[in-house]
Design a protein around this ligand. Sequence first.
Ligand code: ZN
Length: 632
Amino acid sequence: MKSLFSILLCLCISLSGYSQSYWQQEAHYQMDINFDSENHSFDGAQELTFINHSPDTLNKVFYHLYFNAFQPGSMMDVRSRTILDPDRRVGDRIAKLKDNEVGIQQIISLKHNEVALKFVHDRTILEVFLENEILPGDTAIFSMEFKAQVPVQIRRSGRMNKEGIDYSMSQWYPKMCEYDTDGWHTNPYVGREFYGIWGSFEVNINMDASYTIAATGVLQNAEEIGHGYSKTALDPTSNRLTWKFKADKVHDFVWAADPDYTHDIVVNDNGPDFHLFYLKGEKTKEWDNLGAYMIKTFAYADKNFGKYPYPHYSIIQGGDGGMEYPMATLITGNRKLKSLVGVCVHEAMHSWYQGMLATNESLFSWMDEGFTSYASNRIEQQLFPEDWSNTHGSSYKGYKRIANSKYEEPLCTHADHFNTNWAYGTASYSKGVVILDQLSHIVGQEIVDSSLLRYFNEWSFKHPTAADFKRIVERESGIELDWYFDYFVNTTKTIDYAIAEVSATENGSRILLQKGEMPMPIEVEVILNNGTTLQYYIPTVLMRGEKEIEVPMEQLADWAWTNPTYAISLQHKPQDIASINLHPSSSIADVESLNDYLVIPTKWNWEKHNLRLTLEEKRKKGTVQKLNKIKF
Ligand SMILES: [Zn+2]
């Protein structure tokens, strides 16, 4: 029998539009910030309304205190100095910070429903012991007083970045850690990837009136503020202003401030307006052209990846490269046109793959960075076709380079725990693109496109996992994909199909193919000396279905993955064959392309020998050529 409580819980979940098995926590922040720009510090009062939608009783909660990473000896500092290939932006800079340059986040007091709580500052995590547990379905009000010192800008956040932006305020407030079906996620901050609770923010920032503030959310008192948000002239006697921002349906809040920001608004009739905040000058002159590219970007993304729902998007000069936040990005701004547009397209696409489809980036960094890069590659191909003729080519190249080294680690590695920045970067960005683009080889591009829209429609404003995405593509295609994601996400096994042997038979010829570690459906193209092209498609048995293929391609029997080889019988004699080519039309991340293409030697004695060359021999004899079609 169901308890009354579980019936109520189910009702509450289905009313919020979730399926009964899915739940997510909810957090609404109200913060008043009093900022002291003389001392680069601030006092904060935070009221957090937290709703426990989980079926679990909580007797502890945790907050992130990200600023504490910017202290000598912190885990981020040690990690940055000991990793094999340090991030040059960090290196040993944290170790050299002086007391007045470090980041500090200190909690003064914390109450749960008016009851004072005990808590422990454990580096970048606050561990909080509840006097009264939070039952499933309960709403808890946490009232906190805290103070902070803004670190010198090291990684993403901080004061005075290298382009002279005063304050880049990301990961700047005590933020409750996410609790999901896997439990708490209290990752110490070492530099990569985030995960936050869905909810809303009301942030009031009191600051010297000379600063222009850019932020997530909508400014509620634009008339009072001016600074490009309204035409209002500022009251010259007010030396401080309180900026009131409000953001709904977001899981984080960023802001930045500089007294010299130019604030332009690019009106976009068909989508969000763009707010640009930058230091106007020779080095930022391309910002004048940015708006037109962003209008095209959002039009393409709305159509292909799902409609952007917020009223505006802000591009803010700040931070240390490009980093995504809800409704905004912080980018370094002194760039030439294509670099400026490129970083903005990438960060804007994170509004889809992170901003709305909020995966746990630490566990699924490829669904965040990879899907974002896939989408931004497609958009840049539209914006700059001359540079992007091979849309995802550089991602395949990057993945193949590491797959052929000893440094590759599986995509399912926790983002913080990769051994090298190279392995993390290539897995998340390059292999993340490959896993999505290569799906078109298995299920067809139309199915990939419809899956991306369905993924958006079913999972935006939630926390999808890899399994959720896989199920979407399976339902769209009718093809089973366990094997594909298992191999590509959980292992570093590679695809390496090869042409193993060509021989004469009684009735014609036989082409023997050989597979590497990972099965894939493959295509084979045989060109005859008379100019005829024969095309074959060999599905793998694991798919339980096939994509639609177009005549003249002929579908052959499934390749049972346990068989190391597969024979194609032809009615043509071997001396009639000019060349054989694997993977002629689709992108496929075959890590050894030299054994995918064979030019048949014209003077081969077929009566005496089968044609079976090792890679070494092929290299020597020059019978293998790299294809132009697949530019790896
Ligand atoms: Zn990114």
